[in-house]
Write a protein that binds this ligand. Structure first.
Ligand code: PMP
Length: 409
């Protein structure tokens, strides 16, 4: 893939011009939230200026227009991730809500004692805590596929763990802590061999690489708009149509019904039966604009840029004996983020010193506390990259770490 023209892409993001105490912002917290290009902000502001109304096909012009925009955004998302159509795309608030939707709609009613939910040791709390709680309420057990010393999934362990008792395998596509790219299609095959479902958390994958849910053969797949140049307030739950058809709704109210009497109610068609109340309309317009934006760049080129920067950061950080870098070596097993610790400096202190240089990184457990326990640390620092980041910004990160090292020496 041709390299990105980062200099001209950066013009789409006025926020990247910001300075703090005379230092130009170096934004390396993209795994938490990416910045939003003007194209997306403009699409949302045009929507509010010209087409704003409630959806659900009101009689008047604006409601018709808003409804069409909102419905078409589902088509666009389906096309982007290789789904069959809008019936398979449910808009939620974020990945977390998508996980909860499935866990409540399916897990709470279908799981029973003896059933097993198989997760990985690198799950985000969004899936780990959710399945833990649903398992507790249904009497199901939760099991974890171990990670190897180099931060990959131990697929031998996975093959031992997934049995005919497994009801669902829920795995993160790209780890938000280790950067590992998991063999999700192999995991889906393994689940299906035992009659189980495969749920994939794609929060870090859809923003950074081409994703085809049908090629993966995922039964369910979740991600968030705000990590892929889109707005906050919108997430996606993809589900195979025949599976969603059989599921009961999880939230009830207006917009999701077909017929209501004092005694009973019936449900609207997919996907509306899972989208009660006024949905995130402007956000759907913004998400569609973000998809247009990313496809204009080309997801192969986005991935190549991510891999290049993460590989460069990994190599530069690995030069130092006092820096421990987590996760697999650069290559196809690693996505665009790097978590690390500087010996004898707490990750929070490190992030705070970085912030003095206007270098924005994240420090903490990244919503993977059990994984950090396993790594033997309470927290780590994480630098994560997106289309507008440069090698110079990685250099600025390394230089700022040097400053921290001197300060604490
Ligand atoms: N899963 C993964 C792998 C993530 O990185 C995140 C965001 N940190 C989430 C789930 C949760 O996403 P959201 O906060 O948008 O619900």
């Amino acid at each position: 893939a041709d390299p990105l023209d980062v200099a001209s892409l950066r013009e789409d993001y006025p926020i990247l011009e910001r300075e703090f105490d005379g230092s130009r912002l170096v934004y390396l917290d993209n795994a938490a939230t990416t910045q939003t290009p003007d194209q997306v902000v403009d699409a949302m502001s045009d929507y509010y200026r010209e087409s704003n109304a409630n959806v659900h096909r009101g009689i008047h012009h604006l409601s018709q227009e808003a409804s069409i925009l909102y419905e078409e955004a589902h088509d666009r998302v389906a096309e982007f991730i290789g789904g069959e159509g809008r019936e398979e795309i449910i808009f939620t608030k974020n990945t977390t809500e998508s996980e909860n939707l499935l866990a409540y709609a399916w897990g709470l009613t279908e799981l029973s004692p003896g059933d097993e939910v198989v997760l990985t040791e690198m799950e985000h709390h969004a899936s780990l805590v959710t399945w833990q709680q649903i398992a507790r309420r249904t009497g199901a057990d939760v099991k974890y596929i171990q990670i190897t010393d180099d931060g990959c999934l131990d697929m031998d362990h996975a093959r031992d763990l997934v049995t005919d008792d497994t009801a669902i395998v829920s795995a993160v596509h790209v780890s938000n802590t280790l950067g590992t790219v998991n063999p999700v299609s192999e995991l889906a095959d393994l689940a299906h061999d035992h009659g189980a479902y495969a749920f994939i958390d794609g929060a870090q994958a859809v923003p950074t690489r081409p994703v085809d849910v049908q090629a993966i053969d995922a039964d369910f797949y979740a991600f968030s708009g705000h990590k892929m140049a889109g707005p906050t307030g919108i997430g996606v739950l993809y589900g195979k149509k025949h599976l969603l058809e059989d599921l009961e709704p999880y939230l009830y109210g207006g917009g999701m019904i077909e017929k209501v009497t004092f005694e009973d109610s019936t449900w609207a068609d997919l996907p509306w039966k899972f989208e009660p109340g006024t949905p995130p309309i402007a956000e759907a317009v913004g998400l569609e604009a973000a998809i247009d934006y990313l496809e204009d760049i080309g997801m192969d080129r986005v991935r190549a840029h991510e891999e290049e920067l993460a590989g460069y950061a990994y190599d530069r950080l690995s030069e130092f004996d006092d820096i421990e870098v987590y996760g697999p070596e650069p290559g196809p097993d690693r996505g665009g983020l790097v978590s690390f610790n500087l010996e004898s400096v707490h990750a929070h202190d490190l992030a705070s010193i970085m912030n003095d240089h206007a270098v924005a990184i994240r420090a903490g457990d990244h919503c993977t506390q059990p994984l950090h326990d396993k790594l033997g640390v309470a927290a780590s620092a994480r630098a994560s990259f997106y289309v507008y980041n440069t090698h110079e910004e990685v250099d600025a990160l390394v230089e700022a770490i040097g400053g921290a090292r001197e300060l604490f020496a």
